[in-house]
Design a protein around this ligand. Structure first.
Ligand code: NAP
Length: 308
């Protein structure tokens, strides 16, 4: 029986772990299929306060984990298959084993979204990627395509020009969701070419078993054509990891947790932290702040219920 289980090892989960561990609650942190969360697949973080020279995302999140372990947090790898939040203690099935806890902090984040084209799915890892930081290196001197019109797409396109001979940024609309500074940086980069009002119909070539190109369509003119490309990078947003909690925690239409003030969910004793509830800010610092809030609330909840 645990005082607190934290699901997720990104900024939110790690910060909740630091705080609950320092409060002597001996938290158990469940590390899922994306250890370290979104920071572990970014490059340089320039806006996390306290690092005037910037810091590498993976390093920052690893530091947080080390800090939590120093105070007694325990980390295990595993997938939350099932959750029973109908009464306390809450029960979680992680892989084949059931774990019990008095409080639960859901910091399971949001995972990269895919287009869902069969050709794209078949070519994941063979030229199709959702992580420029992880895979950019493989496309030295090659042709690269980046999909999306938000800050992630801009960041990835810019980053990939370090490797690629040319980067084509494909966006389905004419207007961009990306912040002005990131968009301007891309527009000023001579290696980046913009194709707007353009969608991807198919990634080629499934028969060859690796990416050779993409069939594109201009949604305004209806024109379709094929463009040669070696690396196909998606940066089209994220999907919250809340599946085991559907029907128990209040979720919105996209699956994000609906907050009930502070870090509270609709179930007393279950708290949220980070991107799993946040579709607006989604920053390392806001996720860390949310992890801190959730930890303090879990601590107070345990105290009020005579557990600590
Ligand atoms: P986002 O802002 O939600 O943008 C997703 C983009 O993908 C949108 O342009 C969207 O098009 C497009 N898209 C979604 N589904 C699509 C589909 N099925 N087919 C084609 N295009 C599709 O996501 P994000 O760029 O990952 O950013 C998320 C948050 O993190 C934002 O708050 C952002 O500011 C922040 N962020 C900040 C930084 C930074 O400051 N360094 C870096 C990265 C991210 P539409 O525009 O047409 O909807």
């Amino acid at each position: 029986m645990r005082n607190v289980i934290i699901i997720g090892s990104g900024c939110a989960g790690n910060t909740a772990a630091i705080y609950t561990a320092r409060a002597n609650l001996k938290p158990l942190v469940i590390v899922g299929h994306e250890p370290g969360g979104q920071l572990s697949i970014t490059t340089e973080v320039e806006n996390f306060p306290g690092f005037p020279e910037g810091v590498m995302g993976p390093q920052l999140v690893e530091n947080m984990k080390r800090q939590a372990i120093k105070f007694g947090a325990e980390y295990i790898m595993g997938k939350v298959e099932e959750a029973d939040l109908s009464k306390r203690p809450f029960r979680l099935r992680i892989d084949e084993e059931w774990h019990e806890c008095q409080t639960l902090i859901v910091a399971s984040g949001a995972s990269a979204r895919w287009l869902g084209l069969p050709s794209e799915q078949k070519l994941i890892g063979h030229g199709v990627s959702s992580c420029a930081t992880c895979d950019g290196f493989f496309y030295r001197g090659k042709k690269i395509m980046v999909l999306g019109g938000g800050d992630s797409a801009m960041e990835e396109a810019n980053f990939l020009t370090r490797f690629g001979e040319e980067v084509t940024l494909i966006h389905r609309r004419d207007e961009f969701r990306a912040s002005k500074i990131m968009l301007e940086r891309c527009k000023a980069n001579p290696k980046i070419r913009f194709l707007t009002s353009t969608v991807v119909e198919e990634v080629l070539d499934v028969d060859k078993g690796y990416v050779t190109g993409a069939r594109l369509k201009n949604v305004k003119t209806g024109e379709t054509w094929t463009q040669d490309v070696d690396g196909f990078f998606l940066a089209i947003g994220h999907i919250p990891n809340t599946r085991p909690f559907a029907g128990q925690l209040d979720l919105d239409e996209d699956g994000y947790i609906v907050g009930h003030g502070g870090a509270r969910t609709n179930i007393p004793g279950v708290f949220h932290a980070g991107d799993v509830e946040d579709r607006i800010y989604r920053q390392a610092i806001t996720a860390s702040g949310a992890g801190c809030k959730a930890a303090i609330e879990a601590e107070r909840f345990l105290e009020a219920n005579g557990h600590h």
